[in-house]
Design a protein around this ligand. Structure first.
Ligand code: SF4
Length: 459
């Protein structure tokens, strides 16, 4: 990309499920003098193909970046295949980059979808470094944190060091008006077997300092963002050195600092998109949140009513902890939103009955249950397990609770989720077939002396 700074573009393909990650990625590259490129955001909607065509016409070199999670993988494979075919018809060299939870957990499968490079794990250092190499036309194979294919073999450039401190990087991209919740903690010591967090970010928590969080809240507010929410593995372990103990002094400082900027009632801690672990819920902690935040509810990660399943998943808390946490939250006049996952690997009829009993008891108490179906996520120990399922009795109980307003998510969501996974797998199969066909075409073109995509790319 050297020598054509004003004609280089970085295009993010945005979807409802990746808008927060795109805000973070855009934040680490926007406004940097060493990255002379235009940042563009193309929504994954029916206008995408036309808008991409316009960009390929307007710019001389383009990087297209995707960030996605496992349930979206099939769709992305299909979409990227279509966009590659479109790009192949233009004269603009395109470089394809993927990152986020799924590509990081399954880099080889992602590369075989047709991406040139995967940014593995934390992108704050690696992604700008990759872009700098592409702009300068330099070999990026020494940049830590990348994976790519060479002669069909997977090459990894080594793990990028964890981002320390988080304070050095923006949580979103104000210059492009891309905002999201502020990540206050990264890394989790629990390594629950179904979750990607510990496997992607390690077990040692790193916290963004309260002053820096407040400063970014001020930036967001000056752009008209009215509320502030946070991302953390366990919101109550903010400031905790090991992520297991709670540090209410740190939580208090955070809420005071951010509340001074946004107004107390416009700050939310421990509700969507983060949650709290049940064993960390105490009267003191909930009193603190009531006093210094605007919460009406607290999200509690319960996951199962079977102690056997909790232990098998390495959750590190008990079923009793869930009941106790809900009692405390309700005692202080807040609503517990309890997350449950059905269909974990190894779940038996007895485990399901125990979970149903727990749901009935929580609903009677006044809690709301948010049910999910197990999805095997790339990079976790359960990546190869089967997609979760739900039986008729559970389905009917959840339907009854949903009609009473005490359950969200499960039934229709599970059906949608299963249908989506099926569609996703079918798309993945179609896209692999398309890739095989296009490789065959490329071989024919090369034999006939035609320029390949990578030659035109010049990267
Ligand atoms: S589910 Fe929560 S506690 Fe378990 S590893 Fe993931 S973030 Fe940590």
């Amino acid at each position: 990309m050297s020598g054509m700074s004003t004609k280089n573009a970085l295009i993010f393909v945005t979807q409802p499920t990746n808008k927060n990650s795109i805000a973070v990625l855009a934040g680490v590259v926007e406004g940097r003098e060493d990255l002379a490129l235009s940042l563009l955001f193309l929504r994954d909607d029916p206008s995408l193909h036309i808008r991409l065509q316009e960009c390929l016409h307007e710019y001389e070199r383009v990087v297209i970046a995707f960030s996605f999670c496992t349930p979206a993988a099939g769709h992305v494979a299909h979409l990227a295949g279509q966009l590659r075919a479109l790009a192949a018809e233009s004269h603009c060299p395109v470089f394809w980059v993927a990152g986020g939870p799924h590509p990081s957990g399954a880099p080889e499968a992602t590369l075989r979808m047709g991406f040139d490079v995967v940014v593995v794990g934390e992108a704050e250092e690696t992604f700008p470094a990759l872009l700098r190499h592409l702009i300068d036309g330099r070999d990026y194979s020494q940049v830590k944190g990348l994976a790519f294919l060479r002669d069909g073999e997977l090459i990894r450039t080594g793990r990028a060091p964890p981002v320390i401190p988080l304070d050095n990087h923006p949580p979103f991209a104000p210059l492009h008006r891309r905002f999201g919740p502020i990540e206050i903690t990264r890394g989790c010591p629990f390594a629950c077997r179904f979750c990607q967090t510990s496997f992607l970010f390690g077990g040692q928590p790193r916290h963004r300092s309260p002053e820096v969080v407040a400063e970014w809240a001020r930036v967001a507010q000056s752009h008209g963002i009215p509320f502030m929410r946070f991302v953390a593995p366990n919101a109550l372990s903010y400031g905790s050195p090991d992520g297991r103990e709670i540090n209410l002094a740190a939580v208090e400082t955070l809420l005071v600092e951010v509340g001074a900027v946004m107004g107390r009632e416009r700050v939310y801690l421990g509700s969507f998109p983060s949650e709290v672990r049940p064993e960390t819920v105490t009267h003191e902690a909930i009193r603190l949140i009531k006093r210094l935040a605007g919460n009406r509810n607290i999200s509690i990660g319960a996951q199962s009513g079977s102690q056997r399943i909790l232990d098998a998943m390495h959750r590190g808390h008990t079923v009793d902890d869930v009941h106790r946490a809900c009692h405390i939250v309700l005692h202080h006049g807040l609503l517990p939103n309890v997350d449950i996952i059905f269909g974990m690997p190894g779940e038996t009829e007895t485990d399901r009955q125990l979970t149903i009993r727990m749901i009935e008891s929580l609903a009677k108490m006044g809690a709301v249950v948010r049910t999910h179906v197990f999805v095997p996520l790339a990079g976790t120990p359960l990546a190869g397990a089967a997609l979760g399922t739900i039986d008729a009795q559970t389905d009917s109980l959840l339907g009854r609770l949903a009609r009473l307003g005490q359950q969200h998510g499960a039934r229709s969501k599970m059906r949608r989720s299963r249908a989506k996974m099926r569609r996703s797998r079918a798309k993945m199969r179609r896209s692999r077939a398309e890739m095989r066909r296009s490789r065959a075409t490329l071989r024919v073109q090369l034999c006939c002396g035609g320029a390949s995509d990578s030659e035109r790319r010049g990267a």
